[in-house]
Design a protein around this ligand. Structure first.
Ligand code: ATP
Length: 369
């Protein structure tokens, strides 16, 4: 069976996947042996049942930029990423991803949202291609896949919609191909696709360091509600936000590994971690932080106005998520969320402003039974 990759081999993501070695972990897993073995009979059709997965959005309860991220072994150099400390939280605003073997040798992406690409620029497509590169024998055995994305998470919103879709495809192909990968193994693959993908696989509440791909699980905060708002026709490029931040604040970046470690330790034993450990919603609300607000809010005054309108409603706390422009506010109950939404809607009264009410989600990618 041809791999159906000819056109896409020239895309930049392919160089990423070429660097990924077939890792030893996969060879140790018995389902993978089944895929490799030429003597094993075809797996029962049950293994090829279609899968539907829920891919949650995330918000940043805390986002601090420490400095430039360095990599490269013996002589590490800045690699264009940032050294981060973030607290990430999954919320119940989800995309649904349907995966179905299509009996062909290609991967197709379908999405109900006009701004989501259905080619090699789609992160879900890139996730499928990564799995094909990693497990070519499964692809040869089971063939291509149709990926249908039912988009509810706003696009270019700072809510990691694309990363979460990619995470769902990794989890879904693991199931479809009966691979039996562990969460760590899936997260290792996810880190190749993007810094947020490992978190999106596990979800819940986590402390993310490094580029954002190194995760520590934090206690679940599932009692809080969140109101999200975004101007439909306003998106912020994540790359622009970080580059602008570096231009404006790069001079004060920490660069010595001791200083970086000291700051990480301070945050680790600091008030935000303490509030999360005690599941103290009110305290968490006071301690929200997002360094990227310093570049996005001055550039987009309507986002600042939106944040101020939320503040007027006295939520537990309000902040822009990630690189924006989504603004979120934390409250204690569905009724409070509805009241706050109505209040902000009335204060701004712009038909371009969309709202969502969600709950903190204790997990990441879930299979729809
Ligand atoms: P992050 O918070 O990780 O920076 P984001 O929420 O700001 O992400 P996304 O919604 O993931 O942004 O989309 C960013 C860009 O990625 C979009 O402009 C879109 O063209 C592209 N994209 C690629 N694949 C997807 C996908 N599956 N879903 C949404 N956008 C995608």
């Amino acid at each position: 069976m041809g791999l159906g990759l000819e056109v896409r081999e020239t895309e930049p993501y392919v160089s990423l996947t070429f660097n990924l070695k077939i890792s030893p972990f996969s060879a140790l897993l018995s389902p993978y042996y089944l895929c490799l073995s030429p003597f094993h009979p075809p797996l029962p059709s049950l293994a090829m049942r279609p899968y539907s997965l829920l891919a949650p959005a995330k918000i940043n309860l805390y986002l601090e930029i420490l400095g430039d991220h360095v990599s490269g072994g013996e002589a590490p150099r800045p690699d264009g990423f940032h050294e981060m400390v973030m607290v990430l939280q999954s919320v119940s605003l989800v995309d649904r991803i349907d995966l179905r073997a299509n009996g062909s040798d290609t991967v197709h992406v379908y999405c109900n949202h006009p701004e989501v690409p259905n080619d090699a620029n789609n992160l879900a497509y890139r996730a499928a291609m990564l799995m094909i590169k990693q497990f070519p024998d499964c692809f040869a055995r089971y063939g291509g896949v149709d990926i249908t994305i039912h988009k509810q998470i706003p696009v270019g919103a700072g809510l990691a919609g694309g990363s979460s879709n990619a995470a769902a495809v990794l989890v879904g192909l693991d199931l479809l191909w009966n691979l039996g990968l562990t969460r760590d193994e899936l997260q290792e693959l996810g880190a190749v696709l993007g810094s947020d993908v490992p978190f999106c696989i596990a979800g819940g509440t986590a402390l993310a360091t490094g580029r954002g791909e190194q995760l520590d699980v934090l206690p679940s905060l599932d009692q809080l509600y969140v109101v999200l708002a975004k101007y439909r026709h306003l998106s912020v490029s994540t790359a622009w936000a970080y580059q602008t931040y570096r231009k404006r604040f790069g001079e004060s970046y920490l660069s010595r590994s001791n200083d970086l470690e000291q700051r990480r330790q301070q945050i680790h034993s600091g008030p935000m971690m303490n509030a999360i450990a005690h599941r103290d919603g009110a305290k968490i609300g006071q301690l929200l932080r997002n360094d990227l607000e310093k570049v996005v809010l001055p550039e987009h005054p309507q986002v600042l106005k939106l944040r101020e309108a939320f503040q007027q409603g006295n939520p537990i706390g309000t902040m822009m998520s990630g690189s924006g422009p989504t603004v979120f506010a934390l409250v204690d109950s569905q009724a409070q969320a509805e009241r706050l939404q109505a209040q902000v809607k009335q204060a701004i009264a712009d038909p371009d402003l969309d709202f969502w009410i969600a709950k903190f989600n204790p997990s990441g990618i879930r299979i729809v039974e």
